[in-house]
Design a binder for this molecule. Structure first.
Ligand code: SGN
Ligand code: CA
Length: 539
């Protein structure tokens, strides 16, 4: 009797434990996967409102969970998106940089959802160099796409749509939701903005408001990179030194000539023409009436400006345009969320809001991304799922874009392929943090030599430390104490106080490279590939 009693008690307890930790998930939820391009978490008010208010994006945080330590495996567009869709590190799915097309034989999670009966759609920027797989209906921007009157590649070929890109992507998404084939079958819709990617061009309706604003400067705007290694010193992402006059700061080419300002590659003028040149007469009139007075004012001041003043001016110019783009993203996210409510789709739908990486908004004097340093390594991640995610919650675990595929497959009740390398975030989304065991993540950036000249590096990152190895044409290690040096200003690699930490991290890094299958052999192959291409430019 005693044995029986114990057995019953034990099985009850196990059942109880299982019950609390594995609350049943709603069946086959819809999924809206929102990815904006280069959207820094510093520019989402759910994270911080020191720059801008984003009340609509914040609705997702208020209805769900905000991850404050979400990060990428490689801080660059195509590779990050390939990691999101395949659940694999870049050296496994093969899209290590923006330069080569995505390997179409790789399995992506929308293909698996489609196979399981999900309706699938994708609108906006993918940047794979080819069309998406497993998507019933797509309208994607060719390459980086354009802000004004953009072209799209669709199932039926190339189209051009009049208007502003962020509005258009939302119109397409709403239209698809309204007309999807089977209302009673679940769907996954990828809603992927080009904004706020460089050259940061807002909607004409926001030109006037945003060009009048002044924004708070980051503490590290005038960073001289002293405490860091060669990579930070040689990167070409400084607002003062590396921004283009026409493309980035919106100086008219004729004014550049008058002021004797040049962009050596000539590419700057091309960029101006590429974007501003696409505007129709109406859009161009609003542009001219906003930017001509602004530039006349600059022309008058420029001869007397020193570098500090110029840096401050460029920072404000940059933020006005970048945050002007965010204004449209936020309005349009709101429009889409409202529409989901109108269609009664807000209840059984998972909404994910993220970016393909973080971005520098003047921190360390930089724009762009690529580095394993926090502003570019971390990325926004907000997830709502009524009935599963407790509204208004925050999670601080180190989750990665690597985890999205397995998470969404589990949510849909589909078994993830064994070779996916992430972890499902469902325990965290359900508030069962004790089931999460990861204490470090792996990072690897490859696109060098290339635009912005950020050297290749791989890294191990824990909550407390970040160990980075820069390689290829240098062999330098950097170690940051993430708790005591939040801005990552001092490389403590040679500080004896960190000797033990260093040994431990190097060992863990080696284990991690082994676990994820990243070998130096691969680095060598990539190096050979670059050298071969440099030597044979016409091939
Ligand atoms: C373009 C940008 C770069 C940017 C890359 C990659 N220059 O080349 O500043 O780093 O894209 O961006 S631009 O003036 O032509 O926009 S990514 O988001 O696609 O990875
Ligand atoms: Ca990007």
């Amino acid at each position: 009797v005693f044995v029986l009693f114990c057995t019953v008690l034990f099985s009850c307890q196990t059942a109880k434990k299982d019950n609390t930790s594995k609350k049943e998930l709603p069946k086959r939820p819809n999924i809206i996967f929102m990815v904006s391009d280069d959207h820094a978490y510093q520019a989402i008010s759910a994270y911080s409102n020191h720059l801008v208010e984003t009340p609509n994006i914040d609705r997702i945080a208020n209805n769900g969970m905000k991850f404050t330590n979400a990060c990428v495996t490689n801080s660059i567009c195509g590779p990050s998106r390939a990691t999101m869709l395949t659940g694999k590190h870049c050296h496994i799915h093969g899209k290590t940089d923006n330069l080569f097309p995505f390997d179409e034989t790789q399995t992506t999670f929308p293909q698996l959802l489609q196979k399981a009966g999900y309706q699938t759609a994708m609108f906006g920027k993918l940047h794979f160099g080819n069309n998406p797989k497993g998507i019933d209906e797509f309208k994607i921007l060719p390459d980086q796409g354009s802000y004004y009157n953009p072209d799209f590649n669709t199932n039926e070929g190339r189209i051009t749509v009049e208007g502003y890109v962020t509005d258009i992507i939302t119109d397409m998404s709403i239209d698809w939701l309204d007309n999807r084939r089977k209302e009673d079958e679940p769907f996954v819709m990828f809603y992927m903005h080009k904004a706020p990617h460089r050259e940061w061009l807002p909607a004409p309706r926001h030109f006037k408001e945003y060009t009048k604003k002044t924004f708070v400067e980051p503490a590290t705007l005038f960073d001289n990179y002293e405490g860091r290694g060669t990579a930070a010193k040689t990167a070409e992402m400084n607002l003062l030194k590396h921004m283009n006059w026409a493309g980035d700061s919106k100086l008219y080419p004729e004014m550049m000539a008058e002021l004797g300002l040049k962009d050596e590659s000539g590419w700057d003028l091309e960029a101006f023409d590429r974007e501003v040149g696409r505007m129709n007469a109406q859009q161009r009139a609003v542009w001219d009436s906003t930017y001509i007075p602004l530039m006349e004012d600059f022309k008058a001041k420029y001869p007397n400006m020193n570098d500090t003043e110029l840096m401050k001016w460029r920072y404000q110019r940059y933020m006005q345009d970048y945050l002007g783009c965010i204004a449209s993203v936020d309005e349009n996210v709101g429009r889409l969320l409202d529409h989901l409510e109108e269609l009664d789709l807000d209840e059984n739908t998972i909404i994910v809001y993220t970016s393909d990486q973080g971005f520098y908004l003047g921190e360390h004097g930089w724009f762009d991304k690529r580095f394993a340093y926090d502003e570019s390594f971390k990325t926004p991640l907000l997830v709502s799922w009524p009935g599963v995610v407790e509204p208004g919650t925050t999670n601080t675990e180190m989750v990665q874009n690597l985890d999205f595929a397995q998470t969404l497959l589990e949510a849909a009740g589909i078994e993830a392929p064994e070779d996916m390398q992430g972890e499902s975030l469902i325990p965290l989304l359900q508030g069962n943090d004790e089931e999460w065991t990861r204490d470090a993540v792996y990072y690897h950036y490859y696109e060098y030599p290339s635009i912005h000249m950020v050297k290749r590096h791989y890294a191990i990152i824990t909550q407390e430390y970040k160990l980075i190895h820069f390689y290829y044409d240098v062999d330098e290690w950097e170690l940051y104490d993430r708790k005591n040096d939040v801005q990552e200003m001092t490389n403590v690699i040679n500080d004896p106080a960190y000797a033990d930490v260093l040994v431990k991290l190097k060992k863990e890094l080696a284990e991690m490279r082994e676990k994820y299958g990243d070998s130096s052999q691969l680095d060598q192959e990539l190096i050979d590939k670059y050298i071969h291409e440099k030597e044979n430019p016409d091939v």
